[in-house]
Write a protein that binds this ligand. Structure first.
Ligand code: ZN
Length: 382
């Protein structure tokens, strides 16, 4: 039985299909004109289960826990995994006898969709993989409150060393990135030709060393670097670079372009590939790495800077594992950030240097206590 590329919605499944393309009829749209893939293949089955767990907690799909209609209940409505546009409802019944063929992993191989029994009690996967936070992270955070970072570092290194190859990625020489700084170098006015009510200004951007990473003595502590350590923070595009310096409306921001002067090896936390983690044991590794990635991307207010300790710890660890830098999602824009441990890996170019006006900043708010029934008897100040 096959599904075509247009009927798969999830990015990991789409990526799988690109590697295992076949010809055939899609069970969902019934078309024969698109590339399809065999959903009965063992690798597809395991990835499918991992993808369900990536998007959904078990109580959404296990009817023992209230997921009233099982996996079908999710897939028969709008969902994150496949397009729901069956040509014939009978086809959907057929599909769900095979997706998945087996909800458990057998003999320690593959992925379990249900948690199953712990001794005598039925357990459940309480959180989707993308939202789950590894307990390891909070253990590290607790330790960092009591011990110096270099004491904790060895443990972080021994945990991450065997996982390094799973998140390793290369970026080619010549790739360009952007960096922003609030302010500008100089302002000029056109005084020879002034209109009575309006002077035309030209803003010269910060260039060269004025937009590069500061020298170590001037480097203040950041999300990834400790005080006095100079890393080069870059973004994938101009808008992300500008957003990362958190300008207020009305701020003028200089941007500069930087070009990689050699191929680099990065710890890529922006796009951790679930396909590399399709056994129950490996899924635990995925949760750990994904939780580190979320720490890098999490918005932190300036008064919470002590929270940098955990990201600084992992940055140091990746540096010890001989990565050139780290890539992670931006928390304030759609692009990604990349931090290089050696600022000389990139060369500044004047090409797109410019000054931009921050016209508007949009805020998104929600009630933080929503859904919480607060009873002082049950809660403790924390
Ligand atoms: Zn299709």
């Amino acid at each position: 039985m096959f599904i075509c590329k247009n009927c798969l919605k999830d990015k990991f499944l789409k990526d799988y299909l690109r590697d295992y393309p076949q010809k055939g009829k899609c069970i969902i749209c019934r078309s024969e004109s698109h590339t399809v893939t065999d959903i009965e293949a063992e690798e597809f089955q395991n990835l499918f289960k991992a993808v369900v767990r990536y998007h959904y907690a078990e109580y959404h799909y296990n009817n023992h826990w209230g997921g009233a209609f099982g996996i079908e209940g999710i897939l028969l409505n709008e969902n994150a995994i496949i397009e729901h546009r069956f040509h014939d409802e009978g086809d959907s019944d057929l599909l769900y006898t095979l997706l998945p063929k087996d909800v458990y992993a057998r003999d320690g191989n593959g992925v379990s969709l249900y948690y199953g029994f712990d001794e005598y009690i039925r357990g459940l996967f309480t959180t989707s993989l993308q939202k789950e936070n590894s307990k390891m992270i909070s253990t590290f955070e607790k330790e960092l409150n009591e011990k110096n970072h270099y004491v904790v570092e060895e443990k972080a290194k021994s945990l991450l060393e065997p996982l390094a190859s799973q998140i390793e990625n290369k970026i080619s020489i010549g790739k360009s990135f952007y960096r922003a700084r609030i302010g500008f170098e100089k302002r000029y006015a056109d005084l020879l030709n002034p209109e009575y009510d309006k002077i035309t200004y030209y803003y010269e951007p910060y260039r060269e060393k004025n937009i590069q990473a500061p020298p170590p003595p001037k480097a203040s502590a950041g999300r990834l670097n400790r005080q006095g350590v100079s890393y080069l923070y870059l973004s994938s595009d101009i808008k992300t670079a500008v957003s990362e310096v958190r300008p207020h409306p009305g701020h003028l921001v200089s941007v500069g372009k930087f070009i990689l002067s050699r191929e680099i090896r990065i710890a890529d936390l922006e796009s951790i590939n679930l396909r590399k983690f399709c056994t129950d044991d490996k899924i635990k590794e995925f949760i750990f790495l994904n939780s580190i990635g979320k720490k890098f991307s999490m918005p932190i207010t300036p008064e919470e800077r002590e929270q940098y300790l955990i990201t600084q710890l992992f940055a140091d660890t990746f540096r010890l594992l001989e990565f050139d830098g780290i890539r992670f999602k931006s928390s304030v824009s759609d692009g990604y950030n990349i931090v290089l441990f050696d600022a000389n890996l990139c060369k500044y170019t004047n090409e797109e240097s410019d000054v931009l006006l921050c016209e508007e900043v949009k805020y998104s708010i929600r009630g933080i206590n929503e859904g919480v029934v607060f009873d002082k008897e049950d809660f403790e100040e924390y």
